[in-house]
Design a protein around this ligand. Structure first.
Ligand code: PAF
Length: 290
């Protein structure tokens, strides 16, 4: 596996691979890799001739009171994991090269960035879209792979790619979960044993909403209230948001039609966790299967 740290070397290598006729799939990450990330890399591997992974903890997507400084990092462990899933190139740029003195450009996806996590993390998605567009310009992929666990991020990046004609195919990969249903996340490492137990409330709340929806409940407020009631019975939790919204626009729904996105952000202790699932009317999936 090649390890590249310089922006110009990465750009030159990608250009060379493209000119040689190779297809490039790219997986951007912030490191401290887990099985969810490795799954993205395996999917990337199945879609292209060459797989590029970036590891970069991006300061511009963290708020001033967020966990940038203590975000978990494990360069050597990550390199071994990435190599283990046959990645071709690992790109590890430096903050000072990504954001040199005088840097002043922001890429912003106006509306989609303003919902859900955008409300409680102002500026977060501008940081994500800015760094991802930089990483796309540096690694020049044909395909880029993201996890569906960060549903809003996937929606915002897909919009950015469409709106700015980047010509990159964006692929979303289903959330990988622990044996008990907790969505994999680098931030799970912050949870102590009791918080880890309480963290299951996100999956339980989504399962409850799915059951109620399957039994015919279509009132978004009733679904939301039931999820909130379940979450608050778990110790150490405080709800940031519980939303039942349109999967495309992310606007809140009053009544659920054929499908809805359930999205949750809950603090467990000091750790903010997110998760989501799609509610789909049975007749919708049946029709699609035809
Ligand atoms: O999902 C993440 O890990 C980050 O938001 C990303 C896409 C690597 C941008 O920093």
């Amino acid at each position: 596996m090649e390890v590249i740290e310089s922006v110009s070397l990465m750009q030159a290598r990608s250009e060379e691979l493209r000119l040689a006729g190779h297809t490039l799939a790219f997986v951007p990450t912030m490191g401290f890799l887990h099985e969810g990330h490795l799954e993205l890399m395996r999917v990337a591997r199945s879609l292209a001739d060459r797989v590029i992974v970036s590891i970069f903890v991006n300061p511009t997507q963290f708020g001033p009171k967020e966990d940038f400084a203590k975000y978990p990092r494990d360069r050597e462990g990550d390199l071994a994991k990435v190599e283990g899933v046959s990645v071709d190139i690992c790109f590890l740029p430096d903050v000072s090269e990504m954001y040199p003195r005088g840097f002043q450009t922001t890429v912003s996806v106006r509306e989609l960035s303003g919902h859900l996590c955008g409300l409680s993390r102002p500026g977060h998605f501008d940081g994500v879209t800015t760094v991802v567009s930089k990483l796309f310009n540096i690694t020049k992929p044909h395909i880029a792979v993201f996890g569906q666990k960060d549903y809003q991020q996937l929606a915002v990046i897909s919009r950015m790619v469409t709106d700015t004609n980047m010509g990159i195919e964006i692929v979303g990969v289903p959330t990988v979960r622990e044996h008990d249903g907790l969505a994999m996340s680098s931030r799970n490492a912050y949870l102590n044993r009791d918080e880890r137990r309480s963290a299951l409330c996100l999956k339980k709340a989504m399962d409850l909403a799915a059951e109620m929806f399957a039994s015919g409940e279509r009132d978004a407020k009733i679904l939301k209230n039931a999820m909130e009631r379940l979450i608050v019975t778990h110790p150490y939790t405080s709800i940031d948001y519980v939303a039942v919204c349109d999967p495309v626009t992310l606007d809140d729904l009053d009544k659920v039609g054929e499908q809805a996105l359930v999205a949750l952000a809950v603090k467990v202790g000091r750790t903010r966790l997110i998760d989501n699932c799609l509610l789909k009317a049975r007749n919708l999936s049946e029709r699609r299967d035809l």
